[in-house]
Design a protein around this ligand. Structure first.
Ligand SMILES: C[S@@+](CC[C@H](N)C(=O)[O-])C[C@H]1O[C@@H](n2cnc3c(N)ncnc32)[C@H](O)[C@@H]1O
Length: 152
């Protein structure tokens, strides 16, 4: 699995949070960081889109992190991840930069993932994504990390 993310994660505490989950992931997630694009907002998105699409393996299932995308419960996301794995669709998650994702990335995407309609900073989205992938793997493995304790 791959994550293609615009922007370098420089903050130590953010990196530590990503690392906390990353080191537990099986299969592993490799993270490709891309530099922030330059120019007008449209140019930035276009340039970043070219780099993003070039970093996604040709056969991968591009999963665009997008506030307008599909929302899942953690259990539904775990089931979806298992289906992708069983059908040989290796996800390549994509997180945009400050200007967001270009339409060409959303068009290439075979799936979208939303963390709700709020706009989150891209570094927080990265942390939340690796945690949710770890949670999905824990759910699939029956590991008690995930507690389904909400009342009906
Ligand atoms: C600061 S946001 C960009 C906001 C930008 N104005 C837009 O319209 O997307 C940076 C990236 O974080 C991700 N992101 C932000 N909020 C999200 C959410 N609620 N769900 C999923 N991804 C989100 C997206 O990949 C987005 O491109």
């Amino acid at each position: 699995m791959r994550l293609v993310a615009v922007g370098r994660m420089k903050d130590k505490s953010e990196r530590a949070l990503v690392e906390r989950y990353l080191k537990r992931l099986r299969p592993a997630l490799d993270i490709v960081e891309l530099p922030d694009g330059r120019g007008s907002p449209d140019e930035i998105k276009r340039r970043e889109a070219q780099a993003i699409l070039a970093a996604c393996p040709a056969q991968s299932l591009v999963v665009a992190l997008d506030e307008g995308g599909r929302t899942y419960s953690s259990v539904a996301f775990a089931t979806t991840m298992q289906t992708w794995q069983a059908t040989g669709r290796t996800p390549c998650f994509v997180i945009g930069g400050a200007e967001g994702l270009d339409a060409s990335v959303l068009q290439r995407a075979g799936a979208t993932l939303s963390f709700g309609t709020l706009t989150w900073p891209h570094m927080l989205v990265r942390i939340m994504l690796v945690e949710q992938i770890y949670r999905a793997q824990a759910i699939a493995a029956g590991h008690p990390y995930h507690r389904a304790g909400r009342p009906d």
